[in-house]
Design a protein around this ligand. Sequence first.
Ligand SMILES: [Fe+2]
Ligand SMILES: [Fe+2]
Length: 328
Amino acid sequence: MLKKIKSTQLKKGMFVNLPGTWLSHSFVRNKFLIRTDKDISEIVDAKIPEVTIDTSKGFDLVEDLDTTSHGCKDISMPIKWEPEKSLSGEFKEAIKSKSMAPDKKAKVVYNHSLSIMKDLFDNPKAEKIQEVKETVYDIVDLILTDDETPRCLLDLTSHDFYTYTHSVNVGVLSIALAKVLFKNHPEHNMQELGAGFFLHDLGKVQIDPGIINKPGRLTDAEMKNMRTHPYQGYKMLKEANQLNEECKIIGMQHHERDDGTGYPRKLKGDEIHIYGRICCIADVYDALTAERSYKPSLAPFEALKIMKEEMLGHFHKDVFQKFVLLFN
Ligand SMILES: [Fe+2]
Ligand SMILES: [Fe+2]
């Protein structure tokens, strides 16, 4: 049930629907679960006097709530996931370290990447995009200057299918592929490019989680909604003034296919930017190797075999060949 309340009546655990666009406040989504007191104070500080709450997705307003004995602190509510502070320190240390073993370094980098992407998808705000970018810049530098750690990173990719895990996997795979393709081409801004890969599915924060996490096939209407995520992500990055145009295009084009069977624009061949083509291959590979409730995960060689034998028309052949070599 939807209910209008004053912003000052908001409590943690309520599912809020803010009026206006996400640019009129610091939240990337207009509809989200209130997780912290800071969320409430930001809404109040943004001078939004009234909001709508959805009581089917979060707590209702209890007019006589006694905040001393039964207030927010005691209410059982969804656990807020906090990125561990030590993880970030460990990450910085690992990035700088010249003596840390590559497998250990890869583990620290991968775990930290998961944590910052999870934080962004759980609580998407414009400032978090900046945090992701800064971390990805370090990861790109590591992948470009070190051959062993990226190898270990590829071995670590997890096969669950949370959007944040998928984003990290696609980010790492795409940067590794771009490293091979653009070895002698300094004109590519690899750091910005890496951020574009990590953020390729950002638009999914605008899609109903019920659709994103639905086990099994989507209905036509759900599919239509899901297929808006490339544009939604592009729009969010544009509004947040993040990434150059070529890197924003990654999100917009990662579901286009070489033979024109993709979406949203059914682009063909050279109409698809090379960055979009790289991301498309990594994206399909990660989807095939991921485990879903309705399908087991495929082993890397099985996924590559299917991509070669059944989907080759979808990909730029030379780029795909280089991708396969990453696993040799
Ligand atoms: Fe996508
Ligand atoms: Fe994706």
